[in-house]
Design a protein around this ligand. Structure first.
Ligand SMILES: Nc1ncnc2c1ncn2[C@@H]1O[C@H](COP(=O)(O)OP(=O)(O)OP(=O)(O)O)[C@@H](O)[C@H]1O
Ligand SMILES: [Mg+2]
Length: 241
């Protein structure tokens, strides 16, 4: 496929329906380039979470083609999917923390999976929890944390292993505006280290906080690209808005 050498994700004519209902996503085609920062906007019910599910391979499309990291993920054998998923960090809209693990152990999980030793894990996890303002809640279990605190643990867990792609679904939906900006700075820092970031949000104020970002908009399951920038590898110096 054209441009696949320089792209990290490609969707071509993707459609998604749940069961026999009508399509919730239709004719979705776009290319994501490595190291870029994308916002996915759109009203509630427009299809943002559905699109992210396709991106983190939790959902197969009903039609169309998706390639990630240069591989056609639709025809990839099921047993190869975990290796692709490990390259993607996900912040779920409903957090999905492991209930019986502490905040610390939730954040440590992706590092433990890679086989890092306990002594190597301690400092980065503690530093990350401190960054998100939870140094005093490291031993707390998710059910004892507020919604915003759980969201911050979920974000820390998604970024700790520096994934190649970060997919975040309304990651600032439960925090105050000051913390929202701080969390965006964390995503930007990760982005500067090379991670391709995709943040879904219905909060249009958030978009202005990341000047170098590119915008995708969903409207009733159809994608528009207000800046036209998705068709070309983005320039780092501006977003063209
Ligand atoms: N598992 C499912 N089964 C059937 N319909 C679904 C399912 N998940 C989502 N939908 C429908 O698909 C459409 C898009 O939902 P989606 O969750 O992707 O929207 P969204 O843009 O993320 O909304 P929000 O901003 O409220 O999170 C909605 O009409 C929703 O009712
Ligand atoms: Mg959603």
């Amino acid at each position: 496929m054209a441009g696949s050498d320089s792209s990290i994700v490609q969707f071509a004519n993707v459609g998604l329906r749940y069961g026999t209902d009508r399509e919730v996503l239709s004719d979705i085609s776009f290319t994501l380039y490595p190291g870029s920062f994308y916002f996915l906007t759109g009203a509630s019910g427009a299809g943002k979470t559905s699109m992210l599910k396709l991106l983190y391979l939790a959902q197969r499309p009903s039609r169309g083609m998706i390639s990630m990291f240069g591989e056609d993920v639709i025809t990839l054998p099921r047993k190869a999917l975990p290796d692709v998923r490990r390259r993607i960090g996900v912040v779920f809209q409903d957090f999905r923390l492991v209930p019986h693990l502490s905040a610390f152990d939730n954040v440590a999980l992706p590092l433990r999976i890679t086989g890092m030793s306990e002594s190597q894990i301690q400092k980065p996890v503690a530093d990350m929890l401190e960054w998100v303002g939870l140094e005093h809640r490291m031993e707390a279990r998710p059910e004892t944390l507020s919604g915003g605190e759980q969201q911050r643990v979920a974000i820390a867990r998604a970024v700790i292993a520096r994934p190649e792609v970060l997919v975040a679904d309304e990651p600032t939906g439960n925090v105050d505006p000051e913390m929202a900006v701080k969390l965006l700075r964390l995503f930007e820092a990760l982005n500067r280290l090379g991670t391709t970031v995709v943040v879904a949000t219905h909060d249009v104020h958030l978009l202005r906080k990341v000047p170098d970002s590119l915008i995708m908009r969903l409207d009733k399951g159809r994608l528009s690209d207000p800046t036209g920038a998705l068709k070309y590898p983005p320039k780092r110096e501006g977003n063209g808005r």
